[in-house]
Design a protein around this ligand. Structure first.
Ligand code: NAD
Length: 277
């Protein structure tokens, strides 16, 4: 009730950590949380992009923010970055595990290195950040938000490593939610549909290099700002699962209850063409 009436105040002065916050959905979330009055800690790879975003937040939204260069796949870098957040702000209220990469290649043509890198960023990245931030989140009865995908509950062709990493996030965070039940910490998994970001442009191919032919998104493509707004609204309500767009709900129900029908009708449509390397 309190959260509903005072929705505009819920994140005011709260400390929000966003991984992969310099681009796409992460950047839109940073801006949305800044507009809600949050203090931001942004973890991403490129120091120049971090500096420019922190300056933009200060100049245009009068927001307090720090940018921390950090590869979330590296546990030590993550624990150093989280220490810096705690030193600067004294605690963490919301952790948004958003950093992610994808690939597009058949299983047979995908090097082990690609599986390892995709799991290291998408799965272990979220694990490292959550491990490091959990004591503070428990102390503050905070929130953990995890960017999964349509791939978190359905197979999508030519993305076996990506699908595996997103399925693994559901296993990890659904378990964690049960284990910390009663602690006051909310765990929300978010499954956006196709969104207009750089994810596909930076997709790896089977040998580990970045694609020279970015795949097109399929069907209706959401704007990152709309996805961020839906996540923000879901966070206000402390939801457990957010599946965005009607197509995804249909895909989810079909994949779960009518898997053969899903494989025949929807899977080829949402997977796109077989990659030609
Ligand atoms: P994006 O490529 O625009 O942004 C990803 C961000 O993560 C970038 O800023 C990148 O620098 C950062 N990043 C990558 N590897 C990192 C690492 N090792 N350490 C720290 N930061 C790292 O992509 P996006 O679409 O905004 O993706 C955000 C999340 O949303 C991802 O988890 C993705 O799987 C998920 N998602 C995206 C879509 C989509 O269609 N774009 C759909 C569903 C889910």
């Amino acid at each position: 009730m309190y959260r509903k009436v005072f929705a505009s105040k819920v994140f005011q002065r709260k400390v929000v950590v966003v991984t992969g916050g310099c681009s796409g959905i992460g950047r839109a979330l940073v801006l949305r949380m800044a507009r809600a009055g949050a203090r931001l800690a942004i973890l991403d790879l490129d120091p120049a992009a971090l500096d420019s975003l922190v300056r933009h937040l200060a100049d245009h939204l009068n927001a307090e923010a720090i940018g921390l260069p950090c590869d979330v796949a590296e546990a030590e870098q993550v624990s150093r970055a989280i220490e810096q957040v705690l030193e600067r702000f004294g605690g963490i209220d919301v952790l948004i595990n958003n950093a992610g990469i994808t690939h597009r290649s058949t299983f047979a043509e995908t090097d082990l290195r690609v599986f390892q890198r995709v799991m290291a960023v998408n799965f272990f990245g979220a694990l490292h950040c959550t491990k490091a931030a959990l004591p503070s989140l428990l102390e503050r009865q905070g929130q953990i938000i995890v960017l999964s995908s349509l791939s978190g509950f359905t197979p999508l062709l030519y993305r076996s490593a990506y699908n595996a990493s997103k399925h693994a996030l559901h296993g990890l965070f659904d378990t964690l939610r049960h284990e910390i039940k009663g602690s006051g910490v909310n765990v929300m998994l978010v499954c956006p549909g196709f969104t207009a970001t750089d994810l596909r442009k930076n997709a790896l191919v089977g040998d580990g290099s970045v694609t020279r032919h970015p795949p097109l998104a399929i069907g209706k493509v959401a704007a990152p700002q709309d996805v961020a707004e839906a996540i923000y609204q879901g966070a206000l309500r402390r939801r457990r699962l957010l599946v965005l767009s009607n197509v995804d709900w249909r895909a989810r129900l079909l994949a779960r209850y009518f898997p053969r029908l899903f494989e025949r009708i929807l899977l080829p449509r949402i997977s796109g063409l077989r990659p030609s390397r």
